[in-house]
Design a protein around this ligand. Structure first.
Ligand code: NI
Length: 181
């Protein structure tokens, strides 16, 4: 398995609408394995293909790493190909969200508290899942990535610009650190 590069805002790949997958084959499973490895390596709980520069509709999520072996270690990985949210509850919940593509930034986002999602699994089998709590939040955050939407796009323009400015400073700093002496 390969650790992939994570693209950060404002990279244009994050704004693109990703294409549906035609077939779940070994090449796609390799992509999902690499995405999972990359997500663990960066201590994330969810990752969408556009975040590693691949513009197709694939997500990986693992919420159980925290309760199990610890963050960054395999808990219960979930794979979603061509996920489609087919029902949203009227009731909403608020979660303090972060994103590997918007590193070190967090903000409260309100989303429907329960959803139902239709998708293909790791083996290409059609599945349906009803989710609430953190899984519902995470799935909506990741499906947004497939449509070129980041969690900061749910905030006011003012809050979003503050975060983007901070992020720019942060990126400049880490680039400066990377210069060999
Ligand atoms: Ni994200």
């Amino acid at each position: 398995m390969t650790i992939l590069k994570i693209y950060t805002a404002p990279d244009p790949v994050l704004k693109r609408v990703a294409s549906p997958v035609d077939k779940v084959d070994d090449a796609l499973r390799r992509q999902m394995d690499d995405m999972l490895e990359t997500m663990y390596d960066d201590d994330g709980i969810g990752l969408a293909a556009p975040q590693v520069g691949i513009s197709n509709r694939v997500l990986v999520i693992d919420l159980e790493q925290k309760d199990g072996a610890g963050l960054g270690k395999k808990g219960n990985p979930l794979y979603f190909v061509n996920p489609e949210i087919i029902w949203f509850s009227e009731e909403c919940s608020v979660y303090n969200e972060g994103c590997l593509s918007v590193p070190e930034m967090y903000a409260e986002v309100e989303r429907p508290a329960q959803i139902r999602v239709k998708y293909l699994d790791y083996n290409g089998k059609e599945q349906e899942l009803e989710a609430d709590g953190l899984l519902a939040t995470c799935l909506q955050h990741e499906v947004d990535h497939l449509d070129g939407i980041l969690f900061i796009d749910h905030l006011s323009a003012l809050k979003r610009n503050i975060i983007l400015r901070k992020l720019k400073k942060l990126t400049k700093l880490s680039e400066a650190e990377a210069v060999p002496v």
